[in-house]
Design a protein. Structure first.
Length: 186
């Protein structure tokens, strides 16, 4: 009996070390070698300063910037509190929040749904091309630049479906706003 217990304990320790430490370190090492940018969180650095990650949304509230989706993660885009609001579609709180967002955003025609609803994680860094195009008029007017220049910038930042069929076309808001700042020298 003692032999079986020792074998079981040793097997548990070896398995824990190999699968709990060795395997994660090996996978992390391979990822850093083959995909260094992705393995390090796709951090975006401008002028030697970290400005964000291409994987986590950020709040942009000024009228001169493209706005992200609303966030239900903590106090907003808090990666430590990632998650949806868990409010049902019939929830009064969700309906009131969405109605308030629609009233804030609505200027010319129907508001794209992703500008007034949070993503499942609350951290989505992307909006649909329709949501970006909806904001072009406001951004161009605030920046005092031609609408055509802002529309071109949006078109340049549309990421198409992976392999032509996975996911949906999308625009990373942080990267678009950084390009907008570079274009208008802010």
């Amino acid at each position: 009996m003692k032999k079986h217990i020792v074998t079981a304990v040793l097997y548990t320790v070896v398995t824990a070390v190999v699968l709990g430490i060795g395997y994660p370190l090996a996978v992390t090492g391979v990822a850093r070698l083959l995909f260094p940018r992705q393995a390090n969180g796709e951090l975006i650095v401008r002028d030697g300063k970290l400005v964000g990650s291409a994987l986590i949304g950020q709040p942009f509230t000024g009228p001169e910037y493209f706005h992200s989706r609303p966030s239900a993660a903590g106090t907003g885009y808090d990666a430590g509190a990632s998650g949806g609001s868990n409010l049902a579609p019939t929830s009064k709180a969700l309906i009131d929040r969405t109605d308030a967002s629609v009233k804030t955003e609505q200027r010319n025609g129907p508001v794209p749904v992703d500008l007034v609803t949070a993503s499942g994680s609350g951290l989505d860094p992307d909006i649909t091309p329709a949501a970006a195009e909806y904001q072009v008029t406001r951004v161009a007017a605030e920046r005092k630049v031609p609408m055509a220049a802002v529309e071109t910038l949006v078109q340049q930042h549309i990421t198409q479906r992976q392999l032509g069929l996975l996911g949906e076309p999308r625009v990373n808001v942080l990267e678009l706003n950084l390009a907008l700042d570079a274009m208008t020298k802010r």
